[in-house]
Write a protein that binds this ligand. Structure first.
Ligand SMILES: C=C1C[C@]23C[C@@]1(O)CC[C@H]2[C@@]12CCC[C@@](C)(C(=O)O1)[C@H]2[C@@H]3C(=O)O
Ligand SMILES: O=C(O)CCC(=O)C(=O)O
Ligand SMILES: [Fe+2]
Length: 369
């Protein structure tokens, strides 16, 4: 077994940096105070949101933009967590795809439905009310555009709400006297997601034969300090989806992302040789994908899957993405068993968040050896 894969600097746990503090310390470049559009009132696509002639990456350039016609040869793995072979199946899926769908997890369907209901209640609010919880340029939580917005020349067809821990501050701005149901459901949802993320991380560590990261997962203080966030996403319907982008192509920053999507298609992953592959919504299944930190930790064995979201012409799509990673002060080093040349230099989580805030997808190449 290995040593030094991931480690804490000699810091007292009580003075560890939180993830929101990390983001506050590294605000986005060119992040002006821009608000999402009131999409439902629009009859045409404003130039600011028209991607058609601005990028080779428009949804219309995709050969497989609809998940209703999924090619079975290129559908992502579906894994039953109660399968006796779950470790190997998950490890293989991470290695070959960087993404899989998971059924028979322990997250109750009733909780997922309640959280989806609260998400719907939030995005149904009038714009004037949602703007009361507008994320400020220096902050990471609240209502607003995706953080990656400044890296693209056009805006996305998207509104989002970011939560880190108890959402009471923003929830009470949205519903001054009726915020408790939202807070209760979102806090419970984050607890369940965290337990699932820890379980999957443990399985993957077993698959990779990593033992020493367990100290972070199993020490109560460190596990409590791990980097987590819940992102509620809304993609309003659009009269001409071929010209807009729901969420531009990106990789997620942390170890793992656990996503619940509603029945409307939209999520696509990029796969060499196949192009954009739709991730079909399956009732009860959660989508798990590898982020940059697992890519680094696995020394490049797990691809940090590139993904994007396209928009539907008739239905609004909602999703809830839970991001999970080690505490911000944690140092992540590439796996070295069997001994192999490391592809990346060790990086402290908060330093990687800073690199990503400044350089987005070029961040990885800045730590490549
Ligand atoms: C913890 C986080 C991950 C995230 C940035 C954030 O601070 C909260 C929102 C997350 C999200 C959701 C949409 C795509 C993404 C790239 C973005 O712009 O904001 C991810 C971020 C990420 O993985 O870095
Ligand atoms: O909405 C989706 O399906 C994906 C969302 C996503 O990629 C994200 O929040 O990082
Ligand atoms: Fe993502």
């Amino acid at each position: 077994m290995l040593s030094n894969l991931c480690s804490f600097p000699k810091t007292n746990l009580t003075i560890m940096t939180t993830l929101s503090q990390t983001y506050r310390d590294h605000p986005l470049i060119h992040h002006h105070h821009i608000v999402p559009l009131d999409f439902d009132s629009l009859r045409t696509i404003p130039d600011s949101h028209d991607w058609l002639h601005s990028s080779p990456e428009t949804p219309s350039s995709s050969s497989s933009s609809s998940c209703y016609h999924t090619n079975v040869d290129v559908s992502i793995p579906l894994i039953d967590l109660t399968d006796h072979d779950a470790i190997a199946l998950i490890g293989n899926a991470c290695e070959t795809w960087g993404v899989f769908q998971l059924i028979n997890h322990d997250v109750p369907m009733s909780l997922i439905e309640k959280a989806e209901g609260e998400t719907r209640r939030l995005f149904d609010l009038p714009m004037t009310r949602k703007l009361k919880a507008l994320r400020t340029p220096r902050d990471v939580t609240g209502y607003g555009l995706p953080r990656i917005t400044p890296f693209f020349s056009k805006y996305m067809w998207h509104e989002g709400f970011t939560i880190m821990g108890p959402p009471i501050d923003h929830a009470s701005q949205l519903w001054p006297s009726n915020y408790q149901p939202f807070c209760d459901v979102m806090e419970e949802y984050q607890r369940k997601m965290k337990a699932l993320a820890e379980q999957i991380t443990n399985l993957i560590f077993n698959y990779l034969k990593i033992s020493d990261c367990a100290n972070w997962l199993h020490s109560t203080g460190a596990a409590a300090a791990c980097s987590t966030a819940l992102q509620l996403n809304c993609y309003p319907r659009c009269p001409d989806p071929t010209r807009v982008m729901g969420l531009a192509p990106h990789t997620d920053t942390f170890l793992l992302t656990i996503l619940h999507q509603t029945r409307t298609c939209g999520l696509q992953i990029f796969r060499d040789g196949s192009g954009w592959v739709p991730v079909a919504p399956l009732p009860g299944a959660l989508v798990l994908n590898v982020g940059d930190l697992f890519h680094i930790l696995s020394n490049g064995r797990f691809p940090n899957v590139l993904h994007r979201v396209v928009v539907d012409p008739t239905q609004r799509r909602l999703s809830m993405a839970y991001f999970y990673g080690p505490p911000p002060d944690f140092c992540v080093s590439p796996l070295n068993d069997p001994p192999e040349t490391p592809c990346y230099r060790p990086v402290v989580v908060k330093d990687y968040v800073r690199l990503k805030a400044k350089n987005l997808e070029n961040a990885l190449s800045m730590i490549r050896l």
